[in-house]
Design a protein around this ligand. Structure first.
Ligand SMILES: C[S@@+](CC[C@H](N)C(=O)[O-])C[C@H]1O[C@@H](n2cnc3c(N)ncnc32)[C@H](O)[C@@H]1O
Length: 225
């Protein structure tokens, strides 16, 4: 097993991409800023795409702020969980589609807003489904130069990219292990078999104040001409 399949297995075993640990943050958290700015954009949009929605937890949470939301992910397992959560919560303005961001399935749609919270940035180049005047909005922790290059290459205007730094402190080792699982998606750090690897992570991420993670993020936003 490897790649996407392994990623799905660990994600499913450890509860998808839902926050299931206790922590507190110090500094200016890009994740928090992103959520606030997204809620504002959602309230001004009719048709919205969540690219790389995973198990749909965040999509369903955001659905209360807009009329119509479509979550897309290439993992059928994640889309199945998303549909299950949607039905359990009786949410009617969200649909989930299993497809690759590069596939044509989406070209028949016209979105006002595409958001991409740590999802595939290939959507920047495959942006046929975004209306002229529509906004694309993302947050990532990798690939700054690639995102910038793609936004320019795809002809977007009003490109804005801003960096954020915060420190997240965890209450217990178990909280940190759960956090790492969601972050990496390829090792289950709560599994005793991986304790040696987890111990190395603990050493790297402990300072006088406790167990920490340096949360560097960049938020990017642009408009389609
Ligand atoms: C780090 S998770 C982000 C999860 C979610 N957006 C969130 O904020 O919790 C990235 C997701 O993007 C999906 N993904 C990766 N490449 C993709 C692609 N080319 N097309 C569609 N989905 C993709 C993965 O299956 C995974 O669920």
């Amino acid at each position: 097993m490897g790649g996407q399949e392994q990623y799905n297995t660990i994600s499913l075993k450890t509860g998808g991409h839902v926050k299931n640990w206790n922590s507190c943050k110090v500094g200016n958290s890009g994740e928090d800023v992103y959520e606030k700015q997204l809620i504002d954009l959602l309230s001004k949009s009719n048709k919205v795409l969540d690219m790389g929605c995973s198990c749909g937890e965040f999509t369903l949470e955001m659905s209360q702020y807009c009329d119509n939301l479509i979550g897309v992910d290439l993992s059928q397992e994640m889309i199945d969980i998303a549909n299950k959560l949607k039905n359990e919560r009786d949410i009617c303005n969200v649909d989930f589609i299993c497809t690759d961001s590069k596939d044509d399935v989406l070209s028949s749609y016209e979105f006002d807003l595409i958001y991409c919270r740590r999802g595939p940035t290939s959507i920047i180049l495959n942006n046929k489904c975004l209306k002229s005047g529509g906004t694309i909005f993302g947050i990532h922790r990798e690939g700054y130069d690639i995102v910038k290059k793609r936004l320019i290459e795809a002809g977007f205007k009003d490109i804005k990219i801003k960096e954020y730094l915060a420190y997240e402190y965890f209450n217990t080792q178990d909280d940190f292990a759960k956090f790492l699982n969601r972050l990496s998606g390829n090792i289950d750090y709560t599994d005793p078999e991986n304790y040696e690897k987890f111990k190395r992570k603990l050493i790297e991420h402990t300072d006088g104040a406790g167990i920490f993670y340096r949360e560097w993020r960049y938020i990017w936003k642009a408009v389609k001409p």
